[in-house]
Ligand binder design. Structure first.
Ligand code: 9YT
Length: 127
């Protein structure tokens, strides 16, 4: 069994912080669960281009408010506590945070640990 505490993740190699978000990666590929499991904080007022070409991600909003705008369709989905969205079609989108958002995120295939978005919003995968 794996038991981890957020207090031990924050500030460790399993936390990645960018200008727009902080990702606390509680389960990674090396844990052998076939998915990774994260708490992500989205900083207020930010807009992030995201396009997980190589991954499927499900997101559950626990705190804060924002929106997802699909590209190029333009459909806008408000995100608030209690909202889940799943990028089942590798949907390219902008994520905008009106306030500080706390999200629970699952990725398949699992992240290895230090991924950040490239200029297209993509996370790379190992060959
Ligand atoms: C919602 C989303 O994808 N935000 C970017 C960070 C990502 N959740 C991660 O790496 O934890």
């Amino acid at each position: 069994m794996i038991v981890r505490k957020m207090a031990d993740i924050i500030g460790s190699a399993q936390e990645v912080v960018t200008d727009n978000w902080a990702s606390r990666r509680m389960l990674l590929k090396s844990d052998g669960m076939s998915y990774s499991f994260h708490e992500t904080i989205i900083f207020p007022g930010t807009e992030t281009l995201i396009w997980y070409k190589n991954h499927l991600e499900a997101v559950y909003c626990v705190e804060g408010e924002g929106e997802v705008e699909l590209i190029p369709e333009g459909a806008i989905y408000p995100i608030e506590p209690g909202t889940m969205y799943a990028l089942d079609k590798h949907d390219k989108h902008h994520l905008r945070a009106k306030s500080r958002m706390r999200l629970i995120c699952v990725f398949n295939p699992p992240l290895t640990g230090r991924e950040v978005h490239d200029e297209e919003g993509v996370y790379a995968v190992e060959d």
